[in-house]
Design a protein around this ligand. Structure first.
Ligand code: 2HA
Ligand code: ZN
Length: 275
């Protein structure tokens, strides 16, 4: 099969376009990666031609030998559906998880996303804690979520609780909560370590004054997660902008009732009493 005909590639391209349509990917902002299944990579084998080995910049031994579909560094999400072979690539990791080689795509040259260390370290953690089910890591720059990082304390508890309160579906969609990384230089190993540490507990990590990372089992769940968090952030921005504060909201005991009916566990650390 041709790479571009494969269902996982089609799903990847659709997600890139959906993110662009949401306004989350100005210029070359944001990046996406997918951990390819064995049968999927076998189905496109005829088109793979490995290049030279290059350093990842970190070590991900649990991902040794795996293949990923990733966006290219400096490439624009809005161009992916039009020129996929120029904008995205399939990479293979070596047997130590320290080097990668491009096997398809980026036909006009280039490298995988500048956030490759964060993507791969998140994949490594998520593969482990989900017993292999998690396959998608998505980074975007949604404006309302970023805006909140200027006015809320950069604490997991506060972000989770405030976003849960803004839409009843939120505690059902992300019952485990949300993590927050303070401002750090993007692109390197340090921010990758901080983010992957949060991914042990959460499926969402917010990067202060920068954007968001989401993890999920497939494209729908991962895009839907980002969409739900950002929608909730938009409501909070509107509420704060109206200037009078919340007159009423969902209270801790109401969250506890919701948890029973919807069969989710909501950690008590997010249900603190407010003064
Ligand atoms: O430009 O979003 O974090 C790509 C990015 C870097
Ligand atoms: Zn970014």
């Amino acid at each position: 099969m041709k790479v571009l005909d494969a269902e996982f590639v089609q799903g990847f391209m659709r997600m890139a376009t959906d993110g662009w349509d949401q306004g989350w990917h100005e210029r070359n902002g944001g990046n996406l990666s997918y951990r390819i299944k064995e049968e999927e990579i076998a189905s496109v084998e005829e088109e793979l031609s490995p290049g030279e080995w290059l350093e990842i910049g970190t070590s991900v031994p649990e991902l040794a030998g795996e293949y990923f579909l990733v966006t290219g560094s400096g490439k624009y999400m809005r161009n992916i559906s039009i020129k996929p072979e120029d904008c995205i690539c399939i990479i293979e990791l070596d047997e130590k998880g320290e080097n990668y080689r491009i096997c398809w795509g980026l036909v006009n040259g280039g490298k995988p996303t500048s956030e490759l260390p964060s993507h791969l370290m998140n994949h490594e953690v998520k593969k482990k804690v989900t017993k292999g089910r998690c396959r998608v890591i998505y980074h975007a720059h949604p404006a309302n979520t970023i805006a909140l990082t200027f006015v809320l304390p950069l604490e997991d508890e506060v972000f989770t609780r405030e976003l849960w309160e803004m839409a009843t579906e939120c505690p059902v969609v992300f019952p485990e909560g949300i993590g927050v990384v303070p401002w750090m230089v993007p692109g390197g190993r340090d921010i990758a370590v901080a983010t992957s540490e949060l991914m042990k507990k959460y499926n969402v990590a917010i990067w202060a004054h920068h954007g968001m990372f989401c993890a999920g089992e497939d494209f729908d769940l991962t895009f839907g997660l980002m969409h739900t968090v950002e929608k909730s952030a938009e409501i909070l921005v509107k509420v704060l902008s109206m200037g009078q504060g919340k007159r009423q909201t969902i209270r801790p005991d109401e969250f506890r009732h919701l948890a029973v009916d919807f069969h989710v566990t909501l950690p008590e650390k997010f249900l603190y009493e407010k003064q």
